[in-house]
Design a protein around this ligand. Sequence first.
Ligand SMILES: Cc1cc2nc3c(=O)[nH]c(=O)nc-3n(C[C@H](O)[C@H](O)[C@H](O)COP(=O)(O)OP(=O)(O)OC[C@H]3O[C@@H](n4cnc5c(N)ncnc54)[C@H](O)[C@@H]3O)c2cc1C
Ligand code: HEM
Length: 393
Amino acid sequence: MLTNEQMTVITSTVPVLEEHGVKVTTRFYRQLFNDHPELLNLFNHVNQETGDQPKALAYSLYQAASNIENLESILPVVKQIAHKHRSIGVKEEHYPIVGEYLLQAMQDELGLNSDDPVIEAWGAAYGIIADVFIQVEKEMYEQAGWDGFREMKVSSKVRESDEIYSFYFSPADGGPLPLFQPGQYISIEASIPGEKYRHIRQYSLSDAPGKNHYRISVKRENNPEGIVSNYLHDQVNAEDSIYISAPAGDFTVKEAHSPLILISGGVGVTPLLSMYKRVRESQPERPVTFVQAVRNENVHGLAEEIHVLKEDSHIRHIVCYEEPENIDAGDFKGRLTPEALASFLPQEQAEYYLCGPELFMQSVYDMLKDLGISSNQISYEFFGPTMTLVENK
Ligand SMILES: Cc1cc2nc3c(=O)[nH]c(=O)nc-3n(C[C@H](O)[C@H](O)[C@H](O)COP(=O)(O)OP(=O)(O)OC[C@H]3O[C@@H](n4cnc5c(N)ncnc54)[C@H](O)[C@@H]3O)c2cc1C
Ligand code: HEM
C-alpha cells in the first residue's frame, strides 16, 4: 500500500515522468544491459536502437502513475503487455532487477538521492505495479498451452509472394496442438548461427485454429536486413526445427453478429486472415468486408486464399494496390482515400479490426473516426512495441 504522502508524491511527479520518461527508460535499458547482458536474449535489440521500446515502457509507466489510485482502470493495457511478457518468458524473478535499475535511472536522470521522497514513493509504486503484472502473468502462465519454447517441426514452407513465405509446423513430439484464438501470435526463439544472442520475435498465426498445424506468414525485412525474417526465409526449411512459445495476445474477434470489417496493410493481413477463416467456419452468415491494401501484385501474399473464399455472397473482398504493375489489377488504385473507404463499408454498426504499418493504421483510424465510427468499435494490432493511435478527432 502507498501512504497518502507517497500517493501525493507520485501524482505530483506524473508531469515529470511525462517530460523525462523516455530519457529515464533509455538510461535504464543502457545500464541494465551493460550489467546484465544475458537479458539481451529476451529483448529485441532493434526496438532499443530505434527507441520504440524505451518509449513503450515510459508510456506504460506514465499511464500507471497517472492511474495509481485506480490501477483497475488500466488492466486492459496491463493484460496486453502481460501477453507479450508471457509469450517471451518474463518471470516473477525478473521484476526486482528491473525495479532496481529503473529507480537508479530515475535517480541519475533527475539528480536525486536514493532517500529522496520521490525515489522512495516510486520504489513503493513500482512494487505495486509489478505485483499487478506478476499476478496477471501468473494466470496467463497457468492457462498457456505449454510452458516455455516448444520444439516444432516445419512440415512445409510455401512462397506466398516476392516478400512473404508461410511456414507450417506441428509439435516435434507428435503431441496435440492447443486451439488458439484467431488474431493471436506466437513468439519464435531463434538461435542463429554466428549471432551472440538468441532473438525472439512475434508472428501472428495466419491460418484458422483447429488444424493439425500452426502457420505463420513472414515478410522479409530489408534495408537493413531484418535478423529473424531473413533467417527464416534463407535458413529454415521443411523438416527443420523451430522453437515457439504458446499462442498469446488479446487482438481477437468478439463473437457478435454485427458486420465484421477487416482492414489490412501489407503483411498485416496475417491475424485478419485467421479471423476471417474462423468466422467463415463458425458464423457463415456474418457479413464480412475485407479491405486489403498492398503495394502491388508482386507482394500480394495470401491473395489466392481470400479469392477462393470470395465466392461467398456475405463477403466483400476489396484489393487496393498502391502502385499496381497492371493498370487493371485490383479494385482500387493508389492510397486509400476517405471516399473510397466509405464506399466499401456497410451502413450498419460494425466492428473494425486493423493491422498494418503504423502510418497506415493511423490514417485508416482517422478516416474511420471522420466517418463517425467510435473508437470502441475499432481494434488494432501493432507489429512492434504496442503504441496507441493518436486521437486526432
Ligand atoms: C504481435 C506481432 C505480430 C506480428 N506478426 C507478424 C507476421 O504475421 N508476419 C510478419 O512478417 N511479421 C510480424 N510481426 C513482426 C515480426 O515480429 C518482426 O518484427 C519482423 O519479422 C522483423 O523482424 P526481423 O528480426 O527480421 O527484423 P529486425 O532485425 O528486428 O529489424 C526490424 C526492422 O527494423 C529495421 N532496422 C534494423 N536495424 C535498424 C536500425 N538500427 N534502425 C532503424 N531500423 C532498423 C529492419 O530493416 C527491419 O525493417 C509481428 C510483430 C508483432 C509484435
Ligand atoms: C512493471 C514493470 C514493467 C512494465 C511497466 C513493462 C512494460 C513493458 C511494455 C509497455 C512493453 C511493450 C509491450 C508490447 O510490445 O506490446 C514491454 C515489453 C517487454 N518487456 Fe516489459 N515491463 C515491465 C517489466 C518487465 C520485466 C521485469 C522484464 C524482464 C526482464 C520485461 C521484459 C520485457 C520484454 C523482453 C519485452 C519485449 C520487448 C521487445 O520486444 O523488445 N519487462 N514491457
